[in-house]
Design a protein around this ligand. Sequence first.
Ligand code: PEP
Ligand code: MG
Length: 333
Amino acid sequence: REAEAWKARFQEARTRDGHRVEVAANLGNTAHALDAVERGAEGVGLLRTEFLFMAHAQQPDLETQIGEYREALDALDGRPLVARTLDVGGDKPLPYWPVPQEDNPFLGLRGIRLALTRPEVLETQLRAMLMAAAGDPAAGDPVAAPSGKGRPLRIMLPMVKDVSEFRAAKAILDRLLEEIPEAERTTDVQLGVMIEVPSCALLAPTLAAEVDFFSVGTNDLTQYTLAIDRGHPELSAQADGLHPAVLKLIEMTVTAAHAQDKWVGVCGELASDAVAVPVLVGLGVDELSVSARQVPLVKARLAEFDLEEARRQAELALAQATSEAVRDALEVR
Ligand code: PEP
Ligand code: MG
């Protein structure tokens, strides 16, 4: 199976009956982007930029960041890059950004909340992303600004709880789009939010009216929905993203997004779970972002079922009461 999947890795990801679902790669290091493309990734669905910040003793400056983002975009050669803004705090401390001691770091100053306390850091990061995605006309890049639109850049905000944080970040982005001449930046840019906090899924209709896309971070969404620490030594096995409550939140997200013609990805671990793949497709998810190693396998998994089957599996899963019941119900099929 694995050998077959490897051979077919450059084919466009589709279900057996041809329904298109993009399969992208999750990345923590821009140097691995080329490897992801060679494994068949159709883009990067989550660049965890915090690792780039953690790799430096101090905050990387504009030029350093441009160089790193450009490395990923060069390797992607016109495929989209979903770059997440700095997501530190919680389980990911940054030595040069001391955060006051908190009793509950996972419920504290992390993700976009922390970033908005240092808007100048967020601004530099956004500027670097926009400029890196301009492309290089000297290198013969056909989509490079100014004649082209630049490379497809999808900026994603982590740990958003409602539209207020999105608006605050968008105000910074809009100002940069005014400031940076078009020839020096991409114009092919979208701004989206991660669905990681249940409040965002519950309020998805109000968010969907303003964002360009959603990407469901099932790791954190499961943690916050089930109130189980994702890294807990005894409990983390119960933090199963196939829990019907989590699936219900994903369904609400997709319904709200599609009503506004916005796309929805899933970039948490659930996206590469063989049992979950048809359920997510049946719920209407448009993109799955998984570790590069899993890309050929997820593509092969998609080719095993058709959309109608996926919808039936999603319905069946939503009708269960526990994650165990979901897995039991799906595995016998
Ligand atoms: C998630 O929470 O599902 C996610 C993709 O983000 P991270 O794992 O980096 O927190
Ligand atoms: Mg997360």
